[in-house]
Design a protein around this ligand. Structure first.
Ligand code: HEM
Length: 472
C-alpha cells in the first residue's frame, strides 16, 4: 500500500500509509487534534493519515474546493457510525441531493425570524443560570463551570426545540445520565467511524447479546437518543399550542408534506438537535471563559466595553441578541475563542468525486478521503500570523481583511452548521451577562485543563470561583 497506491507521494507517518490502525490508535487516545497539528508541522500542508486518506492544511483554496458552494465532495463513511446501521440523518447523509432536499424542508426553523422568536427561551435560561451562579457566589463554593455550561446548553436546546427546559440547571445534575449517554455515543462513533464496515456487524452483536453488557451498551444508546426525542415530541404535542419552538415548525412541515417529512423525520431532527447542539455550544462557551480567565487584560477590555455600553443605556437585562451583536469586542472574543479551541477536532472528512482532484499540487484520485481539521486550519501562520497560539481578540478588529478571514468552527459550504445562529445567540447573551455581573476566576490558574477528543474536543477540570460584582 505504501508504495503502490497513487497517494505514495503524499508524506506522512509510515504506519498510516499502510493501515488504518495508526488513525485508530490516535483516535483511541482522544488527542487527534494535537496529533493532526503535529503531523502538519512535521510533514507540511498535506499529510497521509490512512492508506486512502489525507489531511489538508489550507484554510483558503482547498477549503473552498472541498466544502464550498456546489461541491461534489460527499461526506465520508466516518459519519455512518453516528447513526444506527443503514440510517442517515441531516448531519450524516452522504447523498448530496437528498441532503439538500431535507435541509430545505427544515431550514425555515433556523431563519433569523424564527431565531428572534426563540430569544425569550434563551433569556429565560440566562436568568436561571445567573440565579444559580448567584447562589454559588453567596455560598463561596467553587463551581465546576465545565459542568454548568453544559447544563445551560442542554436546557437551551430543550427550550428552543420543545419549549421546555430539560431541568439540568434547576437540578444541577446529569438528569437520566443524558450527558454520559451522549459522551458514550460520541466515543463509540469517533472510533467506529475509522472502521465503519464493523459498525453493522457490531450492532447485530448488540442485539444478539445482553444489551446491558458494556461496551455493547453504547450502540444501544443511539436508539435511546431517538426514543428520548420521540417521547419529548409526543409530550410536547400533548402540551399543545406553542408556536415558536422547533418542534412546532417541524410538525407544520410534517402536516404540509407528510410523505416527504414523516413523523420519523420529526423525531430524527430532534435527536440531531440534542446531539449536535448541546455539547458543541458548551465547549465553545467553556473556551470563552477559560481564555478570558487566562488573559485578564482581555477580560478587562471586554468589561470596559460592557461598562461603557451600560453607561450609555445600550444594554438591557438580560442583554438582547441585537445589543450583543453591536458589541464589537465581545463578538471578537467569541470568534477568537472558537478559533483557538474549535468544538470539533477531527478532519471533516469528504470523498473526492469522480474524475479526481488536485489539491496542493497532488493528484488525488476519486474515492480518496480528504479533509481539513479546524484545529489545524485555525493555526495556519500564513493566514493568521505568527501569534496563532495566543488569544488575541483584536486580530478580528484590525482591518476589514482580517475581520473577513475564514474560520471553519461551524463547518463550511452546503454542510455548514444549521444551528450556528442559535449557538451564537446563546453565547452572545450569556457571556456579557456573566461578565458584567460576576468576577470569575479559575481555582487552579496554572493547571491546564483536560481535554478529550471524540470528534468534539470536550474540556474538563474547570473549577472556578465566582464573586458577585456589586455596582454602586
Ligand atoms: C458553538 C456551537 C456549534 C458548533 C461549533 C457547531 C459545529 C458544527 C460543524 C463543524 C458542523 C459541520 C460538520 C461537518 O461538516 O462534518 C455542524 C453541522 C451541524 N450542526 Fe452544528 N455546531 C454548533 C451548534 C449547533 C446547534 C446549536 C445546532 C442545532 C440546534 C446544530 C446543528 C447542526 C446540524 C443539524 C448540522 C448538520 C448540517 C448539515 O449537514 O446540513 N449545531 N455543526
Amino acid at each position: 500500500r505504501r508504495w503502490v497506491l497513487p497517494l505514495r507521494r503524499v508524506p506522512g507517518p509510515w504506519l498510516a500509509s499502510c493501515t488504518r490502525l495508526w488513525k485508530l490508535y490516535h483516535t483511541f487516545h482522544g488527542n487527534m487534534e494535537q496529533v493532526n497539528i503535529e503531523m502538519h508541522k512535521r510533514y507540511g500542508p498535506i499529510v497521509r493519515i490512512a492508506p486512502f486518506e489525507v489531511s489538508i492544511d489550507d484554510p483558503e483554496e482547498s477549503l473552498r474546493v472541498i466544502y464550498g458552494p456546489g461541491t461534489r465532495f460527499t461526506k465520508s463513511r466516518w459519519y455512518e457510525a453516528s447513526d444506527p446501521p443503514g440510517a442517515h440523518s441531516l448531519f450524516t447523509d452522504a447523498d448530496i441531493r437528498r441532503h439538500a432536499h431535507e435541509r430545505r424542508l427544515v431550514s425555515s426553523g433556523f431563519s433569523m425570524t424564527s431565531l428572534l422568536a426563540m430569544e425569550d427561551f434563551v433569556s429565560e435560561c440566562v436568568k436561571v443560570f445567573e440565579a444559580r451562579m448567584t447562589g454559588f457566589a453567596d455560598s463561596g463554593q467553587s463551581v465546576d463551570m465545565a459542568h454548568w455550561l453544559q447544563c445551560y446548553a442542554f436546557d437551551v436546546i430543550g427550550e428552543i426545540t420543545f419549549a421546555k427546559r430539560f431541568g439540568f440547571m434547576d437540578r444541577g445534575e446529569d438528569i437520566g445520565n443524558t450527558m454520559q449517554t451522549l459522551e458514550g455515543f460520541l466515543s463509540y462513533s469517533a472510533k467506529m467511524g475509522v472502521v465503519p464496515e464493523l459498525h453493522a456487524p457490531y450492532s447485530r452483536l448488540v442485539r444478539l447479546f445482553s444489551p446491558g453488557s458494556l461496551p455493547l451498551e453504547t450502540v444501544r444508546k443511539m436508539t435511546v437518543g431517538y426514543e428520548f426525542a420521540r417521547a419529548a415530541v409526543e409530550e410536547r404535542k400533548q402540551a399543545g399550542a406553542e408556536h415558536r419552538d422547533l418542534v412546532a415548525r417541524f410538525l407544520s412541515t410534517h402536516e404540509e408534506k407528510p410523505s416527504e417529512f414523516p413523523m420519523s423525520e420529526v423525531y430524527k431532527m430532534c435527536t440531531v438537535m440534542i446531539g449536535a447542539g448541546s455539547d458543541t455550544t458548551a465547549i465553545a462557551l467553556r473556551a470563552v471563559f477559560y481564555f478570558l480567565c487566562k488573559n485578564p487584560y482581555k477580560l478587562q477590555e471586554l468589561r470596559s466595553e460592557l461598562d461603557d455600553a451600560e453607561a450609555r443605556g445600550l444594554l438591557s437585562d438580560p442583554i438582547t441578541y441585537a445589543q450583543a451583536m453591536r458589541l464589537e469586542y465581545l463578538q471578537a472574543v467569541l470568534k477568537e475563542a472558537m478559533r483557538l479551541h474549535p468544538s470539533t477536532g477531527f478532519t471533516m472528512a469528504r470523498v473526492v468525486p469522480k474524475g479526481g482532484t488536485v489539491l496542493l499540487g497532488h493528484n488525488l484520485p476519486e474515492g480518496t478521503t480528504v479533509g481539513i481539521n479546524s484545529w489545524v486550519a485555525h493555526r495556519n501562520e500564513h493566514v493568521f500570523g505568527p501569534d496563532v497560539e495566543s488569544f488575541i481578540p483584536e486580530r478580528w478588529l484590525r482591518s476589514e481583511e482580517d475581520a473577513n478571514k475564514v474560520t471553519s468552527q461551524f463547518g463550511y459550504g452546503s454542510r455548514t452548521c444549521l444551528g450556528k445562529n442559535i449557538s451564537l445567540m446563546e453565547m452572545s447573551k450569556l457571556v456579557p451577562q456573566l461578565i458584567r455581573n460576576f468576577d470569575i476566576q479559575l481555582v487552579h490558574p496554572d493547571r491546564p485543563w483536560k481535554t478529550t477528543n471524540w470528534w468534539l474536543v470536550k474540556q474538563a477540570d474547570m473549577d472556578c470561583y465566582v464573586r458577585r460584582i456589586i455596582k454602586t
